[in-house]
Design a binder for this molecule. Structure first.
Ligand code: 13P
Length: 337
């Protein structure tokens, strides 16, 4: 297979009309925070046990088509010595890898961030491919204030995403492009809509400049939501604003839009996905949830081997409900069925 055929094969294996992506790529500081919610120490063994549990959940591959892993996980094995990337693929879940190295202050702006990790990226990707990764993920974050994100931030963050995506595609790795407009703040939904639209215009302009093939990438954006400290919006308002922005800014050539959950509760993230899919668009509209899939799993597991089955049931439930939601077939009463 040549590079373009490899990219297309990965898209075919990841994009369909009923499955989504599990984000399990928490960096060490982030997984430490997640484990702290169940009073569990973040040791290598606990991280290995937890991520084995996720990937060994029987039937997960019916609802999940890809999993984003953290670098450490690519080298880890389950209890019987099978590499976790292989465990995933045994369920037809394509393994991928977070390749960015977190954020730092963007020089020249006040209050904006920029993501690190382009240095040596091609070399790192080659080692990840050898370990089974077929797609990658890179996240840029944008905070909303009265003056942020600045024009400099829109431009500089988009350049990084495009440079990353082009590097991935040259090596036959499908890039997940993640521009995340954060929910923190008291801005209203209109302000989130305005910023998300500007972010996406800048990102697609840069992707085209870098020659990124839109058919061979996946977009991982935020939904258009009011800030956490603002009044809530109803799902219809959220879905209408989200689809309005995408119709303007995301070319139909992009095969799939896989939302991050961004701090929404698991139930909110599912309801909103459902309403978004009831409007629909020319792309698949699915998930790439981290917290909204994993919160109930951690709560059920508590780091205790005796709770593995309950944790797997919790994961399967959220994965199944989101599968229904990404087809527009979810109903809140299914939560208690
Ligand atoms: P959340 O769904 O928890 O926002 O995480 C998705 C992710 O991968 C953030 O980069």
């Amino acid at each position: 297979m040549n590079t373009s055929q490899r990219l297309q094969q990965t898209i075919n294996d990841m994009v369909d009309d009923h499955r989504g992506i599990l984000a399990a790529d928490e960096s060490e500081p982030t997984i430490k925070k997640r484990f702290a919610t169940i009073n569990l120490e973040s040791t290598e063994e606990n991280r290995r046990a937890y991520r084995s549990l996720l990937l060994e959940t029987p039937g997960l591959g019916d609802f999940i088509s890809g999993v984003i892993l953290f670098e450490e996980t690519l080298g880890q094995k389950n209890a019987v010595g099978t590499l976790l990337a292989e465990v995933a693929w045994n369920q037809k879940i394509v393994p991928g890898i977070k390749v960015d190295k977190g954020t730092e202050k963007l020089v020249g702006s006040s209050g904006d961030l920029i993501t690190k990790g382009l240095d040596g990226l091609a070399d790192r990707l080659i080692t990840y491919i050898e370990k089974g990764a077929r797609f990658a993920k890179w996240r840029e974050v944008y905070s909303i204030t009265a003056t942020n994100p600045t024009q400099l931030s829109l431009h500089a963050n988009a350049e990084k995403l495009a440079h990353y995506a082009a590097t991935c595609q040259e090596l036959g790795v499908v890039p997940i492009v993640e521009p995340e407009v954060l929910m923190d703040g008291d801005h209203d939904i209109d302000r989130c809509e305005e910023v998300t639209e500007q972010v996406l215009y800048a990102v697609f302009k840069a992707l085209l400049q870098y020659g990124v093939t839109l058919e061979h990438m996946i977009l991982k954006p935020n939904m258009v939501l009011p800030g956490k400290d603002c009044r809530t919006a109803d799902p219809d308002e959220i879905a209408e604003a989200t689809i309005r922005v995408f119709r303007r800014a995301v070319p139909a050539a992009v095969p799939s839009i896989n939302f991050l959950s961004g701090g929404q509760s698991p139930e909110e993230a599912t309801v909103n996905l459902n309403t978004i899919n009831q409007i629909g668009g020319p792309w698949q509209l699915s998930i790439s949830y981290g917290r909204a899939l994993q919160q109930p799993v951690l709560k059920a597991w508590q780091g205790n081997i005796e709770n593995i089955e309950a944790a797997e049931i919790a994961l399967l439930k959220r994965a199944r409900l989101n599968s229904l939601a990404r087809q527009g077939h979810y109903k809140p009463n299914l939560e208690t069925d």
